[in-house]
Design a protein around this ligand. Sequence first.
Ligand code: VNL
Length: 321
Amino acid sequence: MITRRHHLAVLAAATVAAGSALAQSDTVKIGVILPMTGQQASTGKQIDAAIKLWLAQNGNKVAGKKVEVIVKDDAGVADTSRRLAQELVVNDKVVALAGFGLTPIALATAPIATQSKTPMVVMAAATSSITEASPYIVRTSFTLPQAAVAMGEWAPKNGIKKVVTLVADYGPGNDAEKYFADRMQLNGAQVLEKLRTPLRAPDFAPVLQKARDAKPDAIFVFLPSGQGAQFMKQFAERGLDKAGIKLIATGDVTDDDQLADMGDVALGVVNAHHYSAAHPSAMNKKFVAEFQALNKFRPNFMAMGGWDGMRVIVNALNTTK
Ligand code: VNL
């Protein structure tokens, strides 16, 4: 505790010093912390590519200064993110922290933003409560209840009266399970079973067997981006599709980055989400085309959160000069 307090005091002092150094410098630095390796690497890859796209489209000048984006890899580990955030604030004197691929990472870093008064732009992590963890947080991704409530409205109106839920066992999974189940019950449907898998190295076989045995009309699933393809493969291998169990989900499961590799099991899956690469607006068509001109993969909702986050940061810097 003493060490931590001392550290935060040092951090606060360093930030004051950074303020005056910044006035003289002709570069503004933005610290982006992402899982570039490890289980959530696809999220890091998507957001990194979207930030580069934003800079290619809009240039790297803000209020007469050059924007420098420093990307750090936390491998999806919260303690690492926290340390990297401290280094970015104290040593690199970044004007904003951004990224944050997983909820525990955003929550672990929030105190650094508060203590150093550094704006923190959450581009991915989606547990509802994250924005309350620091007054310096703004989020450009989404929350799970937004998607889960929409599914809980749609399903009972489309013949789904009995469901099993399956979520990753941490913040966003808790949100998805609660808001989906509550809405289903409000609409007169029955939740037969609530199943969970660990965030790290999940094994879907046992829960899929339990889900199958419960004989629901549908299974509702939330898993973090990057786990969907493996889940869909096992869903088909265990024959849940053949048993007539419909798969409904948040869009994290049918992630645009992995969708093309999922095969026919993905046909007929229904999800609700705040973003789809197929959204036919002029703005999205331009976004997808320009993203794909620079990358060999399709943008997913993580890319959208990264692109929007860059826009928010640069607009704020322009407004405040
Ligand atoms: C989270 C939520 C992460 C939804 C996700 O993918 C996701 C999170 C990495 O809050 O940890 O799709």
